[in-house]
Design a protein around this ligand. Structure first.
Ligand code: ADP
Length: 627
């Protein structure tokens, strides 16, 4: 019967019996029962369940109910299909995959199996759909249901749009009466609606699981000395499993090599490695032969390890959805896990340039995702609440006790509300269409050409915060945006007052602003000529990209320090990096410490190194600065 639905033999009881028989689960996870119900009613559905929530069972169990009907599973991940098919076959559920990895003989076998109703589940890649012969074969065999995994890839509103998924818009036409169930771990309300629309779903059930992960503790920190920051986290989870995400492949390689050198069991994973190496490293992680995977976002979908105790982002992710998915891989066993994100505002620009190079036609959308992510980073409020709010859910508690903000790890400055009023006034007086840098320039009394042309040097707010570091002012403006006192422009990051901002100006709200120790330190130091140190930065794996608000490194001093290190290494017969790392040298060349106390602030320099090399390093700085 072409294009019609097979007789449905599923009931809720029969599906539950299958769950018990083939999987041995006595209870269902949130949204699984609802999805089974949709299968029984042959109703379309969009099912959003966070990573690890048990999506596969939602389509595998109904598919296993009787021994003739076929369920199609569309998945983008060819590598994972085989694992899924092997696992189902081992449970006694006949299944197959049909993708480009099959040779002609294997393809014929699967085609024959389809025609003879041999399979309960057939995994296919989205690009199979234009293949008319294959589609006809499926139609003749009859398809009971279609499950689409990673369904957010169909929506260009989502963070991971894949052109191949667009082919799935044909499914409804090809199988007009077959229920379609779209599954994703990550879809805010607008993406859910778009999925339903793109797939032409008919009155779909929208089932959304609980997005909160109470066992995860979220922290966001300014990136200073990355390797030391990273090591601190790894050391608190000694010999536990963790994922370290990096923005670029190059950072993956460097970070992984440094971790291995420091004695950790770490393996790299990124799209530039061969499929064999990627598989080998992923398998080593699954089999607990390696503890840490250092990866780009290429790593993740379908990781089968439930005991991941920490996820570190060494740079800002490109969207909240991506962050939620990547951190979602931690603590899938329900035990506590830590998710720490290190960032500087330069990460925004790094992503922007990556996206621009990819020539995506959705640049504006990506920028909005980046802006939302930056707001999350700078937010002074509960991170659990922000994350579930992003997915359209209310957070029931006033404090989560599981994020840096609720744990009061970041202390609010005492005069926050007064400062916030000054900042908001400056936004209003300058006309509500400038970015944070301009507002900060006005408040600190800068006399730039732009300020003079616009006559803003005569505003009452000009110079109102002359003693404050402009980078701190910019950070506070971002914090006010994250607390919704300011609205952010869609195209550029410009600011205007939100209704809540106006209420704050009228004294109806309190603000909480956080200090940024790294700026405080700098404002105490005497100013130095701004000189870039590209060569210095290039030579260190852990030198974070220098944010536009970071003091530049003094390249001459850096070179002098490197010569000194060479001498010291020769004297003590040690490898260079064991004396002092490049990253530490760059920090010294930026901060120019004048005494042992200040030198101790250098990442990687502890009391022992001070005793061994402290005086020589300080002498070098002193000679160079002439002080
Ligand atoms: P997702 O695809 O949503 O990331 P999976 O389908 O891989 O999640 O399921 C995650 C884990 O949860 C798997 O080990 C699976 O066997 C288990 N699981 C799924 N449903 C249940 C259940 N009802 N009871 C117990 N474990 C379950």
């Amino acid at each position: 019967m072409i294009g019609t639905v097979q007789k449905n033999t599923q009931t809720l009881d029969s599906i539950r019996a299958v769950v018990q028989k083939h999987w041995g689960f006595d209870s269902l996870r949130p949204m699984q029962a609802e999805t089974f119900e949709a299968a029984v009613q042959q109703r379309d559905a969009v099912v959003v369940i966070p990573t690890g929530g048990g999506k596969s069972l939602c389509y595998q169990a109904p598919a296993a109910v009787d021994d003739t009907a076929l369920t199609l599973v569309v998945s983008p991940l060819i590598a994972l299909m085989k694992d899924q098919v092997d696992a189902l076959t081992a449970r006694g559920i006949p299944s197959a995959l049909y993708n480009s990895s099959l040779n002609a003989q294997q393809r014929r076998e699967v085609e024959d199996g389809i025609s003879h109703n041999r399979y309960r589940l057939l995994y296919i890649a989205p690009e199979r759909f234009p293949d008319a012969g294959f589609v006809e074969r499926l139609k003749s065999a009859g398809v009971r249901a279609i499950a689409i995994d990673e369904a957010h890839c169909i929506s260009h509103w989502g963070h991971d749009f894949r052109p191949d998924y667009r082919k799935l818009t044909e499914l409804r036409r090809i199988f007009p009466n077959t229920p379609i169930h779209a599954f994703t771990a990550t879809a805010p309300p607008n993406v859910r609606e778009d999925i339903a629309q793109q797939l032409a779903l008919n009155d779909p059930l929208i089932a959304v699981g609980n997005f909160d992960r109470p066992n995860l503790t979220y922290r966001v920190k300014w990136r200073t000395g990355l390797f030391d920051q990273l090591r601190e986290i790894i050391n608190t989870h000694r010999a536990s499993a963790g994922i370290v995400y990096c923005i670029r492949r190059r950072n993956v390689e460097e970070t992984c090599a440094d971790l291995v050198r420091a004695g950790y069991r770490a393996s790299p994973y990124h799209a530039g490695l061969t499929a064999d190496v990627r598989k080998q490293n992923q398998d080593a992680f699954t089999k607990k032969e390696t503890d840490i995977i250092v990866a780009t976002v290429a790593f993740g979908m379908g990781i089968d390890r439930a005991d991941i105790r920490f996820v570190v982002h060494t740079g800002m992710p490109k969207s909240i959805e991506a962050y939620q998915q990547e951190t979602g891989r931690a603590g899938r066993d329900g035990l506590p896990a830590d998710c720490t994100l290190f960032y500087t505002t330069a990460d925004f620009m790094t992503w922007k340039s990556i996206i621009q190079k990819s020539e995506s036609e959705y640049l504006d959308l990506h920028i909005r995702h980046l802006s939302a992510m930056l707001d999350y980073c700078q937010a002074p409020t509960c991170r659990h609440c922000l994350l579930v709010g992003h997915f359209g859910q209310a957070y029931p508690k006033s404090s989560c006790d599981a994020c840096d903000n609720c744990l009061n790890e970041n202390e609010a400055i005492p005069d926050s509300t007064t400062i916030a009023m000054k900042l908001l006034s400056a936004v209003v007086r300058t006309g509500q269409y400038f970015g944070a840098k301009y507002v900060a320039d006005v408040l600190t009394g800068a006399k730039t050409e732009q300020i003079q042309t616009r006559g803003h040097q005569s505003l009452s707010v000009h110079g109102l915060m002359a003693d404050t570091d402009p980078r701190l002012i910019r950070a506070w403006i971002d914090q006010l945006a994250a607390s919704e006192f300011l609205d952010v422009g869609e195209e550029y990051r410009t600011f205007s007052l939100s209704p809540k901002g106006w209420e704050l100006l009228r004294g109806q709200h309190e603000a909480r602003l956080f200090d940024r120790p790294e700026f405080k330190q700098r404002s105490r130091r005497k100013s130095r000529p701004a000189r870039a140190a590209t060569s210095a930065r290039k030579s260190s794996a852990f030198v974070a990209p220098c944010a536009d608000d970071e003091d530049p490194c003094d390249s001459e001093l850096f070179e002098a320090l490197r010569c000194l290190r060479k001498e010291l290494a020769g004297e003590s017969n040690m490898p260079l990096y064991c004396v002092v790392s490049n990253k530490a040298l760059e920090h010294i060349a930026r901060t120019k410490p004048m005494n042992a106390d200040a030198l101790l602030d250098t990442p990687g320099i502890g009391a022992k190194k001070i005793a061994q090399y402290g005086q020589a390093l300080l002498d070098c700085v002193q000679q160079h600065t002439g002080s």
